[in-house]
Every structure is written in C-alpha cells, then in structure tokens.
Design a protein around this ligand. Structure first.
Ligand code: NAP
Length: 257
C-alpha cells in the first residue's frame, strides 16, 4: 500500500457544490494525505452546503464567481495571505445555459456559447496565471475535469463538448508554458457520475446504463476513483506526467461497439 504524506502541502479546489461533487472527492483524498484545503464556492447562498461537504477538513472558504476577474484575484490573494503558497490547484467547474443543453447544437446562442466556454474552459487560464507565482519553487500541479464529449460527439452534450475540447487543449498549452517552472497541468476525463452538474444533461441516466453495458469494467466509476486519480496526478506519484488527459471511465473511451 502506498501512503502519501502531503503534510505541508496546500490545495485550492474550485467546484465543491455538495457532498457528491467530484471536487469534494478530490479534496477528501488530499486532506486525508494531510494537505491543507482552500475551497472557492460560487455564492454565499451555497456556503452551508460547501461547509457540510468539507466537514472535518477545516477548509479556508472563499467566495468566487469565475466570470469575475476581481473574484479570482481575491481568491489567490487570500491563499497567498493565509497559506503562504500553493502546491495543488483543482479546476472542477462547468456551466452552460439549460436551453443550450436541451435543443439542437446549431441553435446555441452566441451568448450561451461564450458563457459556457468562459466558465468551463477560459477560467483555467486566469487560474493558472494567478497560481503560478504561488507555486514558484514548490513544483506545483494543476488538474482540470473533462468528459469524453471533448473527443467524440455525445447526444445533448452540445456546447459543453466544445467547452471540454477547449479545456483539454488549454491543459496541453498550459503544460507546455508552465513546464519550465516545474508546474504540471493535466486533465481527468471522467465517466458519468450522478452530481448536480450531470443532472443538467438530458438523458443522463441513459449514459450511466450505457457505461454499465459497454465499458470494459461493466460498471460506472465512483467519485472516489476520480479522487484517487487526481491524487496521483497532483502528488509526486505523477511527477513525470504533464499535458495529458487521463480517462477515468472504466475503459469506456477505449471501445467502439
Ligand atoms: P457539481 O458538483 O455540480 O460541480 C460543478 C461546479 O461548478 C459547482 O460547484 C458549480 O457551482 C461550479 N460553477 C458553475 N459556474 C460557476 C462559476 N461561474 N463560478 C464558479 N463556480 C461555478 O458537478 P460535478 O459533476 O462535480 O462537476 C465537476 C466537473 O467535473 C465539471 O467540470 C464537470 O463538467 C466535470 N465532469 C463531470 C462528470 C459527471 O458525470 N459528473 C463527468 C465528467 C466530467 P454551483 O453549484 O454553486 O453553481
């Protein structure tokens, strides 16, 4: 058994909405290893749920809407002030207007397209820009959450597929740019998991059934499996891995039948 000692490490996690969130599972793994957790949440209204999800982790909680530069700057400034530096950054957020996930892709509005790509993909850029100085001299590792719709056309995933394709390319570009500073950037392409965001995709339960039928492991993944994969990529275990998208999907991406 590998026991990781992450004491003295600081992690900033975006995307904890409740106990089901993939970000919560990642925070749990990091906290179990001894890392200190900071979590950015969208609005004060949701703070109670975030506190509950991260119970026992004694997190630093900071409000942040990633469409606002001043919010992002405040988050990283709080991390600098309260924690001194940053080792791990987790981007586990996505958003698209409901109507853009229901209708035909070709009808996606200009504003809906911009909003989905801004929140779900562009936001990784200012996060990486603000994280890099805090990661200076500490290695540093960034992980973003993606889905197979980045690579294949998935019914009803629509503009979110476009956003995920942009996100995965941004991961590669940032890995190239930040590699010389010893900072690694990777993505996890997760199989479907029943979370708030997933329920916004029409026919989601159908996806769960499809994976049970087609994935080599004949089942769906768990939040914990995403947490453990993130732990690998973020920690020293993944020290030679950057610019990659790791599929955590019971092998679904590897078959075509
Ligand atoms: P989730 O619990 O609903 O998390 C999504 C998070 O995005 C929420 O915390 C949400 O905040 C946040 N968010 C949305 N707009 C934001 C904004 N403007 N500023 C800051 N935060 C914002 O769902 P999840 O499934 O864990 O999703 C996490 C990531 O995993 C997403 O990138 C998703 O696409 C990806 N993913 C999920 C699956 C799956 O099947 N669940 C599969 C592959 C990839 P609020 O809830 O407060 O709005």
């Amino acid at each position: 058994m590998i026991t990781l000692d992450l004491s003295g490490k600081n992690a900033l996690v975006f995307g904890v909405a409740n106990h089901r969130s993939l970000a919560t599972a990642i925070a749990k793994e990091l906290s179990t290893g001894g890392a200190r957790i900071a979590a950015a949440y969208l609005s004060e209204r949701l703070r109670g749920m975030v506190e509950k999800a991260l119970e026992g982790m004694d997190p630093l909680l900071i409000e942040c809407d990633v469409t606002r530069d001043e919010d992002l700057e405040r988050v990283f400034e709080s991390v600098r002030r309260e924690m001194g530096g940053l080792d791990y950054l987790v981007h586990s957020i996505a958003f698209a207007n409901k109507e853009d996930l229901e209708g035909d892709y070709r009808n996606t509005s200009r504003d809906g397209f911009r909003l989905a790509l801004e929140i779900s993909a562009y936001s990784l850029l200012p996060m990486a820009r603000l994280a890099a100085p805090l990661m200076q001299g500490r290695g540093g590792s960034i992980v973003a959450l993606s889905y197979i719709a980045a690579e294949r056309a998935v019914p009803r995933y629509n503009v979110m597929g476009t956003a995920k394709a942009a996100l995965e390319q941004a991961v590669r570009q940032l890995a190239l740019e930040l590699g010389p500073q010893g900072i690694r950037v990777n993505a996890i392409s997760a199989g479907p998991v029943n979370t708030l965001a997933a329920r916004g995709i029409g026919g989601f339960t159908g996806f769960l059934k499809l994976y049970e039928e087609k994935a080599p492991l004949k089942r769906n993944i768990t939040q914990e499996e995403v947490g453990k994969a993130a732990l690998f990529l973020l920690s020293g275990l993944g020290s030679g891995v950057t610019g990659t998208t790791l599929h955590v999907d019971c092998g679904y991406h590897s078959v075509a039948y």
